[in-house]
Design a protein around this ligand. Structure first.
Ligand code: GLN
Length: 483
């Protein structure tokens, strides 16, 4: 049963091939056996999971079960979970027990999903390798000496190693798509405003979006169906009907126009990975799509723009961790200033401090116009590139990352090299557009991701293209050794 996709498991549970209790117990056993090596989980909520599975079995027996009844999932430890530690993988929140559930958590539970636990991540979602976690790095199931990507690296490794059916992630600059690509799974970042951010610890509020990480496009469609929709508790959530994602999966691709941005197939792209992505494009062509060369001229500005906007918002969001209201508090302060200073110095890790320093600098009087305001203007140009391209094409296809999974420690002391791992994913966040990554090959035994970027609120189209591609190919069924 652990070899099946979420979609197959949902059907099997309904047929009564096995119970939710059996499925949950099987995943818990696998977490026990494998997670010591991977470090994908920060917290495992075994007892609550067994109870939730029993409730799902009762719902299944009574015929009134939700669409995800009995499906075991894991939540990135950035989502508040009522009564369960929500650490954001930071010493600052190591002792923080959330008093309520995030909307995403609440909605997935209402659909019947069973939470197995909370997954490891880069501290406050800042990173691309999962090495900034207070709880130590996560390892990539394809090669334990390599990173799983970040910041949703725990969720990605857990899905790739078969420790859960699916997981949630968040994506501010690539944190769902990049780890999905590096671990050979599927991940979707929805349109900004599609999924509620309520109860999701804020990193950069104008960029953060939650999304599903799973084994197939069909699985992501089921998960997004439960996650998406208006939430009056998030003022940036958009009140717009949620389409039936599963119903749109089968549409033929005949006549679909797929844009290939020259800027994403550049010299920085690993040659063998480029070949894998091009083979996927040929497959889309065979399925009836038409490939169109396009330009996104401001692409090179997206990483520098992001590293002004994201730290600025982070410095403001993280001001709330003052040692008084939440989490870590320094011992024996001599006065209030000392309490603030030492709580933040001791509670935050190096990368988080780097972001706070940069963010405070670009927002300070005298520099605001030169950096923050300028970055917001460039951000608009980046979005306009996409809007122009979408006059010509229906979706944009590109690699998800420039390289396959790198070695632990390889980029840890070179922040700029680390930041460049997100060179192909960041623009979609700056533009607010939906984007997904699906496996499309292996290079030296390591997974390669194909990225699809869509028009605002066109998640259904992205899932449709990915699903048709997965019906014709089997890259998404390849498993990490031992998974
Ligand atoms: N790697 C990027 C960063 O460090 C993106 C992180 C994310 O999407 N949460 O900011």
């Amino acid at each position: 049963m652990l070899d099946q996709t979420l979609t197959e498991q949902a059907a099997a549970l309904r047929r009564g091939d096995y119970s939710a209790t059996e499925l949950t117990a099987a995943y818990l056993a696998r977490i026990d056996a494998r997670d010591n090596a991977l470090n994908a989980f920060v917290t495992v909520t075994a007892e609550a999971a067994i109870q939730a599975a029993a409730a799902a079995d009762a719902a299944l027996a009574s015929g009134c079960a939700g669409p995800l009844a009995g499906i075991p999932i894991a939540h990135k430890d950035i989502f508040c979970t009522d009564g369960v530690r929500t650490s954001c993988a930071s010493r600052m929140l190591d002792n923080f027990i959330a008093p309520y559930d995030a909307t995403v958590v609440e909605r997935l539970a209402a659909a019947g999903a069973v939470m197995l636990g909370k997954t490891n991540m880069d501290e406050f979602a800042m990173g691309s390798s999962n090495e900034t976690s207070f709880y130590g790095p996560v390892r990539n199931p394809w090669d334990l000496d390599r990173v799983p990507g970040g910041s949703s690296g725990g969720s990605a490794a857990a899905v790739a190693a078969g420790l859960c059916s699916a997981a949630t992630g968040t994506d501010t600059g690539g944190s769902i798509r990049q780890p999905a690509a590096l671990t050979g799974i599927c991940g979707l970042k929805p349109t900004y405003g599609r999924v509620s951010r309520y109860g999701m610890v804020a990193f950069a509020s104008s960029l953060d979006q939650a999304g599903p990480m799973a084994r197939s496009a069909a699985d992501m469609a089921l998960l997004l169906q439960a996650m998406a929709g208006f939430d009056p508790r998030d003022s940036t959530s958009i009140d717009r009907p949620v389409p039936d994602y599963a119903a749109a999966l089968e549409q033929p691709l005949t006549g679909l126009r797929v844009g290939l941005p020259a800027e994403y197939f550049n010299a920085g792209l690993d040659a063998a990975m480029g070949d894998a992505v091009r083979a996927a494009l040929t497959e889309l062509e065979r399925l009836g799509a038409q490939l169109v060369d396009i330009r996104l001229p401001h692409t090179a500005l997206s990483v520098p723009t992001y590293y002004v906007v994201a730290p600025a918002e982070a410095s403001s969001n993280l001001a709330r961790y003052d040692g008084v209201r939440y989490g870590y508090r320094a011992q024996n302060p001599v006065d209030l200033t000392d309490l603030y200073k030492r709580s933040r110095s001791e509670g935050f890790g190096a990368e988080v401090k780097r972001r706070i320093l940069v963010g405070t600098y670009v927002l300070s009087a005298g520099y605001y116009d030169a950096y923050y305001l300028k970055a917001q203007r460039v951000r608009r140009l980046i979005r306009e590139d996409f809007l122009t391209a979408f006059g010509q094409v229906d979706v944009i296809a590109a690699p998800t990352t420039p390289q396959p999974a790198f070695r632990l420690g390889e980029k840890q002391h070179d922040p700029v090299a680390m930041y460049l791992s997100d060179i192909y994913t960041i623009a979609a966040n700056l533009a607010g557009l939906p984007a997904l990554s699906v496996p499309c090959g292996l290079v030296q035994g390591l997974p390669v991701g194909l990225q699809l970027i869509g028009r605002d609120f066109d998640e259904a189209r992205l899932l449709n293209v990915a699903h048709r591609y997965q019906q014709a190919t089997d890259w998404h069924t390849r498993r990490a050794p031992g998974a």
